[in-house]
Design a protein around this ligand. Structure first.
Ligand SMILES: [Cu+2]
Length: 471
């Protein structure tokens, strides 16, 4: 939701003749909708439907929605699986695989009951397929290589066709060499809007979508290590890391829906500040009203999707983030020892003689890292940062800001800047006299001395195992 939002149609010009010539024959091309490619990682304005049934479109965080064409009552889309260069944060570009110029691929939006035809052209160096996660569809359209279809070979185009039977929140991803292809960023969002007022699907003012994904890219390099199973160093939303993730900008009292899908290898407890929400739906469908309860954090397990809904009735800049603290950090070495409380002045002086840029990490915690700019390799992002109105936010990874503003116009997604706090409503330094803390000489706290304290040591007898005599 940058102020430089680009009209996605501007991206249509990015179609290259080389692509068309290399991948599909002229006859096939005549029947194919022209693929629309995207070159910008900015959040696109919602794509209002010009044809077909009307609906209230979603906003894909740092992403876009794929345009379609109507062909005799069928909504036709064209996905191109291909290597892409994705800017994960300003100054940091990753070599990923994705669809139509970006990773994740474009969001696909349709309406319940739509007949949908999706052309998938493969420009990857290996075969692929697309699985339409969560959809009711004919088995042969399910996209599982080897099980329901042959893989789409490099250079080939396949066609998927089915009716979007169930309204809700879905995603798509390959079911072919998934470990590699998902580690490289191949995935996308899918929303099926209800065809009429639905008793369990609220009409909302703002509807944001993003996928949780994770990468292992060594600082200074650009290609993810695809064999990594757990120790990822980049925790991203739509292949962006904070401060590269756009804010979610809403108007005071808007009803807001945030749809999240998880295609990483671990769970992510998504936490919203300042408001309570309900989980109103999953990729399995809308949650019955009697089964909803208030939350401020909801866990999104691997392969799951969650719809959070709330009324944004508190003005301000509210953090929204994964609550695993390591997931709000960017690329770092995991072998850094804990140095809190260690005095290493002498050591630092000696090293600085040899390496002038050397900075000792963590003597007082890690917050200094965000303020001082330690030199980092080209093409990576600082471990944490993000300049806020009061200094560094000291965050990275899966972190963004919900900006609730009284004067945000309906339908305006532009970033309103930092919140201007009413006078007297910001935590401030206390400048009165400080009383000395009261401490007791006994064990326990000052207010409540410990009771039943043993007066002598209790000896614990532990029998240690003797010689192991084997099995
Ligand atoms: Cu997380």
């Amino acid at each position: 939701m940058n102020t430089h939002r680009r009209n996605f149609l501007g991206g249509a010009g990015a179609l290259t003749g080389a692509l068309a010539a290399a991948s599909v024959s002229k006859v096939a091309l005549a029947a194919l909708p022209e693929p629309v490619l995207q070159t910008s990682p900015d959040t696109m304005a919602p794509l209002a439907p010009a044809t077909g049934r009307p609906y209230n479109p979603v906003v894909t965080l740092n992403g876009w929605t794929l345009p379609w064409r109507m062909n005799q009552g069928v909504k036709e889309f064209h996905l191109v699986a291909e290597p892409v260069v994705r800017e994960m944060a300003p100054g940091f570009k990753a070599h990923l695989w994705g669809y139509n110029g970006q990773s994740p691929g474009p969001t696909i939006e349709v309406v319940e009951g739509d007949r949908v035809r999706i052309f998938v052209t493969n420009r990857l160096p290996e075969h692929t397929s697309v699985h339409w996660h969560g959809q009711r569809l004919p088995n042969g359209m399910d996209g599982v290589t080897g099980l329901t279809q042959p893989g789409i070979a490099p250079g080939k185009t396949f066609v998927y066709e089915f009716v979007a039977r169930r309204p809700g929140t879905f995603m798509y991803h390959p079911h072919a060499d998934e470990m590699t292809q998902m580690a490289m960023g191949m995935m996308g969002f899918w929303v099926t809007h209800p065809k009429a007022r639905h008793p369990l699907i609220a009409e909302v003012d703002r509807d944001f979508v993003f996928l949780l994904n994770a990468y292992d890219i060594e600082p200074g390099s650009a290609t993810p290590k695809t064999m990594t199973m757990l120790d990822f160093n980049l925790w991203s939303w739509n292949s962006r890391i904070f401060p590269g993730i756009d804010s979610l900008n809403v108007r005071l009292h808007d009803r807001v829906r945030i749809r999240v899908g998880n295609l990483t290898m671990t769970n992510h407890p998504i936490h919203l500040h300042g408001h309570e929400f309900e989980v109103t739906g999953t990729d399995g469908g809308p949650v019955p009203r009697g089964a909803r309860w208030p939350e401020v954090t909801t866990d999104v397990a691997v392969g799951q999707m969650r719809q959070l809904e709330f009324v944004a009735d508190e003005e301000g800049d509210w953090a929204v983030h994964c609550h695993k603290s390591h997931h709000t950090m960017n690329a770092m070495g995991h072998d850094v020892p804990t140095l809190i409380g260690v005095d290493h002045k002498d050591l630092a002086r000696k090293i600085t003689n040899l390496v002038p840029d050397y900075m000792v990490m963590g003597e007082r915690g890690m917050a200094d890292m965000a303020e001082m700019q330690m030199p980092i390799p080209d093409n990576t992002a600082p471990m944490m940062g993000g300049r806020g109105p009061f200094g560094s936010v000291e965050m990275g990874g899966m972190f963004s800001v919900l900006k609730v503003r009284r004067d945000q116009k309906p339908g305006d997604y532009a970033n309103p800047g930092w919140f201007k706090h009413p006078p007297g409503t910001v935590a401030r330094e206390f400048d009165g006299a400080l009383a000395a803390p009261a401490r007791t000489r006994d064990a326990g706290s000052a207010a409540m001395p410990a009771q039943h304290t043993p007066t002598r040591n209790i000896e614990v007898q532990v029998r240690k195992p003797g010689t192991h005599t084997g099995h």
